[in-house]
Design a protein around this ligand. Structure first.
Ligand code: ADP
Ligand code: MG
Length: 238
């Protein structure tokens, strides 16, 4: 689903250049649920942004579902992101002046889908994240966990086969975060959606089947999640 070949990211500023990601080779298969872990500033978000075509590597290449991202021009990349990838962020990034339903509809509206189709899909998505009764509320009236589930519904609008989530439970307490992780796990297991989730929470990483650890812009470990192998049905993994 995702392939990085010697992909690096160097930020150049007046003070000099800073290597946020060293030359990295990484392959993520269809249907995987990956956690990317590492200390603050280790390059996790940079890596996720390269995977999502939000940024291009300084060297090397990134391909998503067979498409080489550097071969697309800016417009093509925007369209690729909007239709093929669902993004979820730590701070939800919902638009406060729009209702829940309008937020979820954004990508479809941008893609000029017919109104009736949008309405049908938004209703279906809000049901899926258990927020059918919140369609006409504004995001500020919702709890953090509910806002993040709206963000997940929004990410799913175009039926992407890939979700990239940057610290999706970072602003949530344990219990609320667990609900968001359950939603991501269900999408991965039942719909086969590939999920790549940045987190620095070992507990959250247990939802993943593979854990990639990075430090100082470098992958230092990449292994199957043993906790999950021991309890593939989920539930009590103590
Ligand atoms: P993480 O998500 O693991 O906390 P990031 O990928 O956000 O880390 O950042 C890695 C490093 O790259 C940090 O030292 C950060 O300051 C630097 N960095 C990130 N984005 C930029 C940027 N746009 N310009 C300059 N430096 C950046
Ligand atoms: Mg980050």
């Amino acid at each position: 689903m995702i392939r990085l070949e010697k992909a690096s990211k160097v930020f150049t500023q007046e003070a000099g250049s800073f290597t946020a990601l060293k030359e990295t080779d990484l392959a993520i298969g269809k249907g995987e649920f990956i956690a990317i872990m590492g200390p603050s500033g280790s390059g996790k978000s940079t890596l996720l942004q390269l995977m999502g075509g939000l940024d291009l590597p300084t060297s090397g290449r990134v391909a998503v579902d067979g498409t080489e991202l550097h071969k697309l021009n800016e417009n093509e990349r925007t369209l690729f992101r909007r239709t093929k990838i669902g993004f979820v962020f730590q701070n939800y990034q919902l638009l406060p002046v729009m209702t829940v339903a309008e937020n979820v509809a954004l990508a479809m509206a941008a893609n000029k889908s017919p109104k009736s189709e949008i309405h049908h899909r938004v209703t279906e998505l809000l049901k899926e994240v258990d927020l059918a009764d919140k369609a006409d509320q504004y995001p500020s009236r919702l709890s953090g966990g509910q806002q993040q589930r709206v963000a997940i519904a929004r990410a799913l609008a175009m039926k992407p086969r890939l979700i990239l989530a940057d610290e999706p439970t970072g602003n949530l307490d344990r219990k609320t975060g667990a609900g968001v992780l359950e939603t991501l796990t269900r999408l991965n297991r039942e719909e086969g959606i590939t999920v790549v989730m940045v987190t620095h929470d070992e507990e959250a990483a247990k939802a993943a089947s593979r854990i990639v650890r990075i430090r100082d812009g470098e992958v230092v470990r990449d292994e199957a999640n043993r906790a999950q192998e021991a309890a593939p049905e989920g539930g009590d993994r103590a």
